[in-house]
Design a protein. Structure first.
Length: 304
């Protein structure tokens, strides 16, 4: 639509056209021949592997890309109508291999981003095939239609980012975090502000430090115990549960087989973080599709 509007301006109001303002439209290289196309691929300089600044830059990119991918995967899992839980380890391994191969031919590193992932969900995508088709279509468009893509105004892409960003960080979300209490809202607020003001890595790292300062509890003994008798499973929280225990809780829940009856006992926990409740709620939503029943004992009402 933006490209068509720009064409209308070219006819009706020529001085509004963006064709002569390359900074305002997409700009992809257009290869006139196969040789010219192959010249776009570049192999790395071997001597660069001996430079310290190259290693620092590479490690920084890897950390930022990994954190962004994990955060995006968590956000997309919450959008999934089937409430499935993605394997973040598999995502990071695949991303690392892809970025390594991409760098060997002069390509830029990639990462999972919420914009394209949420677009897949909103478009009805339910399997990994949707992401694969998405990538293939982008590749074909860049290879065979770069001149058409170069007519897209950057303002159109910015508008898409604004719309998706608003959907992901609405006022409803901020109000819900505020209702959870200051101990939940402060890390959320600090992380959000610093991510916008600085960058993703610093914002998330500082938000994590703030959360650790707020929580500061002992984690010397095991937080979760699981026992079973046939299809009957008992999960007991042995102590207070904070966001630090979220990963171990998710791993423990994935061990519960389908068509089981699960009892979650929070009697020994005086405090249960909101992140733990969210993990349990997400699992409960997916349990309906797995033929499972869940019973809670002294679990709710323990968030600060």
């Amino acid at each position: 639509v933006g490209a068509l509007i720009n064409d209308v301006f070219a006819i009706a109001i020529p001085h509004w056209e963006l064709s002569n303002l390359r900074d305002h439209v997409v700009e992809l290289p257009v290869a006139g021949s196969l040789t010219e196309f192959l010249n776009h691929f570049m192999s790395p300089e071997p001597s660069a592997f001996l430079r310290g600044d190259v290693w620092i830059t590479g490690i920084t990119i890897a950390i930022v890309a990994s954190i962004e991918s994990v955060l995006s995967v968590e956000a997309v899992d919450k959008m999934d109508p089937d409430r499935r839980i993605s394997n973040t380890n598999k995502e990071l391994v695949a991303q690392g291999l892809g970025n390594t191969l991409s760098g060997l031919i002069g390509g830029l590193p990639v990462t999972a981003v919420i914009v394209r992932s949420s677009a897949n969900v909103y478009a009805g995508g339910r399997t990994r095939l949707s992401s694969f088709v998405h990538g293939v279509l982008l590749l074909l468009a860049v290879l065979f239609a770069p001149t058409i893509l170069n007519q897209i105004p950057l303002a159109c892409l910015a508008a898409i980012l604004f719309v998706v960003g608003y959907k992901l960080s609405s006022l409803k979300l901020i109000r819900s975090m505020w209702k959870e209490g200051l101990l939940q809202f402060i890390p959320f607020f600090v992380t959000t502000v610093l991510v916008v003001a600085t960058d993703l890595l610093f914002g998330v790292a500082f938000g994590l430090i703030v959360s650790m300062v707020i929580v500061l509890r002992s984690y010397h003994r095991r937080a979760i115990t699981i026992v079973n008798d046939g299809d009957n499973w008992l999960m007991r929280f042995n102590k207070d549960m904070s966001f630090v225990n979220r990963a171990s809780l998710r791993n423990a829940l994935t061990e519960i087989p389908n068509n089981s009856h699960l009892i979650i006992d929070g009697t020994k926990a005086l405090y249960i973080d909101r992140d733990i409740y969210e993990t349990i709620e997400d699992f409960a939503a997916s349990a309906e599709f797995r033929g499972m029943t869940i019973e809670y004992r002294n679990l709710f009402g323990k968030a600060l």
